[in-house]
Design a binder for this molecule. Structure first.
Ligand code: URA
Length: 214
């Protein structure tokens, strides 16, 4: 990538989050959070103003050894209420797409760029995404997904550090660090633009196929 933090910045963020670090023999600094310590660091986070308007943080859902990680944008109203990502209308469509390509739920872990809801569902601000990035990065390091799928323009642009239209980012593999990353439509976009559902289905078939070979 592109989106990986350099080791000193990562060290700084993780320390600020109260996450232990260890230095391996090759002197590489590696974070050593557990899922539990990371989730409680997120729950207590006050790094940006979204902490003042959230009902609760939204950490992630799914299997903690899943090969596929989905990365959305930010919690909406229903996610803020339930404390889980993608549980509103967009989440219902997402669950249907996952099922439609035969992926069982233990193969998927779902998280967002932001762990707190932006008021009135506005787009995340760059500084909010930057403050939250180390949490997402730590989730990736714990999960070690075989494949990452960025859902929607905001997620794809932030992770890949590009501003190419989403329709042109689909259909090919990128790298997030050494991990393969693909891009597809956000399910909320598909609710507004159902004509693109067929293209999204093609993306998902490809993802399911790739997962079989990994
Ligand atoms: N949209 C997102 O990007 N994430 C959610 O969790 C819900 C809606």
């Amino acid at each position: 990538m592109t989106g990986e933090l350099d080791i000193n910045t990562q060290h700084h963020y993780l320390k600020a989050m109260g996450i232990d670090l260890w230095v391996s023999r090759d002197a590489e600094i590696k974070p050593k959070p557990s899922w539990q310590s990371l989730e409680s660091a997120v729950a207590g986070c006050r790094r940006c103003d979204l902490c003042q308007t959230r009902q609760q943080t939204v950490f992630g859902r799914g299997h903690q050894q899943a090969p596929l990680m989905l990365i959305g944008e930010a919690p909406g109203a229903e996610e803020d209420r339930q404390g889980l990502p993608f549980v509103g209308r967009a989440g219902q469509l997402l669950d249907k797409m996952i099922a439609a390509v035969g992926l069982s739920h233990d193969r998927v872990y779902i998280a967002n760029l932001l762990k707190c809801r932006p008021p009135s569902n506005r787009d995340p601000k760059p500084e909010e995404m930057n403050e939250c990035q180390a949490y997402l990065q730590a989730q990736i390091q714990l999960l070690k997904p075989k494949l990452i799928l960025a859902l929607g323009r905001v997620s794809a642009h932030h992770l890949l550090k590009v501003d190419t239209p989403l329709s042109r980012l689909r259909g090919r593999e990128y790298r997030l660090g050494e991990r393969p990353l693909w891009v597809s439509y956000h399910p909320a976009y598909l609710l507004r633009n159902p004509a693109d559902k067929a293209r999204a289905y093609e993306d998902w078939l490809k993802i399911a196929d790739l997962l079989k070979s990994l």
